[in-house]
Design a protein around this ligand. Structure first.
Ligand SMILES: [Zn+2]
Length: 279
């Protein structure tokens, strides 16, 4: 079995055997010996790609994980489905995977920046739109999240992109080990994770249990613009950013005067003595 979480993801298989086949209307769903196609998960949409059976190429529709198996739905393969044991090859759309990786890494940087700038920051998941360009993060905080706070987060994310920090994967035996090992540990408390956990470590910036795909260094995330339309759903805040072809704006040097990069995470965002803000 290929590990789809390898540092250099494999995006093409040579021949691999069909293990299970199921016809679904005009489509066929297959389980292959070797899986390199990522299903939707952790807010990251599924890969695109195709499976070549003989001289026919079928686009991959849905990718469904069920009972530890990954089923690929092959559009239009229902009338002549591949047979069990037949050798086929798979290719994953490289550009889409790269797009999703950039966006997924951007969500981690936004979370890390949120944690630096806001008090009692608690990650509540992230999402990437189907096209892979717009990302949204959800979180709790006791700080006031206003335009100034979003500008601060924006400035920190931009700084983290410019830092071009390496992104690496590692495994920890438990949440406790993760919390002990990584000074920038961040975990969604409601996920109920246990046992062995895959951790994405952005050097000196963020360490977080994650199954998504990522860029190699934060510089690969590239330019983006942050939206200020803040949604408050119960006590969960949500805001988005869009990856862009070029940097779209600068918020003025004055926004960075007195910026204490190291101390940022301890800097209170509201005057002392005022209660946490709730809207
Ligand atoms: Zn992630």
């Amino acid at each position: 079995m290929t590990n789809i979480f390898l540092r250099e993801p494999k995006l093409y298989t040579n021949l691999t055997a069909v293990r299970r086949v199921s016809v679904v209307g005009t489509d066929a769903a297959v389980v292959l010996d070797q899986n390199i196609v990522r299903p939707e998960g952790g807010g990251q949409p599924r890969d695109h790609g195709s499976v070549t059976v003989g001289d026919q190429v079928f686009p991959i529709g849905q990718v469904v994980k069920s009972e530890g198996e990954t089923w690929l739905r092959l559009s239009g393969a229902g009338s002549a489905p591949p047979e069990e044991g037949e050798l086929v090859s798979v290719s994953v759309d490289r550009e889409r995977r790269a797009t999703l990786s950039k966006s997924h890494s951007l969500t981690h940087l936004m979370m890390a920046a949120g944690k630096k700038c806001l008090e009692d920051f608690d990650s509540k998941g992230a999402a990437i739109d189907e096209a892979g360009q717009i990302v949204t993060i959800s979180f709790r905080t006791s700080s006031v999240v206003d335009d100034i706070a979003i500008n601060m987060i924006d400035a920190v994310v931009r700084h983290l992109v410019a830092k071009d920090a390496p992104v690496t994967f590692t495994t920890v035996k438990s949440l406790e080990e993760g919390a002990k090992r990584f000074p920038r540990w961040r975990v969604d408390s409601t996920l109920g994770l246990s046992g062995k956990i895959r951790v994405v470590d952005i050097a000196g910036i963020d360490a977080n249990p994650c199954s998504g795909s990522h860029v190699e260094t934060t510089g690969d995330v590239g330019p983006y613009r942050m939206f200020h339309d803040l949604v408050l759903d119960g006590d969960i805040y949500r805001f988005s950013a869009e990856r862009t072809r070029t940097w779209m704006y600068w918020f003025g040097e004055e926004a960075l005067i007195g910026f204490d990069w190291d101390g940022l995470h301890t800097r209170p965002n509201r005057p002392e003595g005022t209660p946490p803000h709730v809207r």
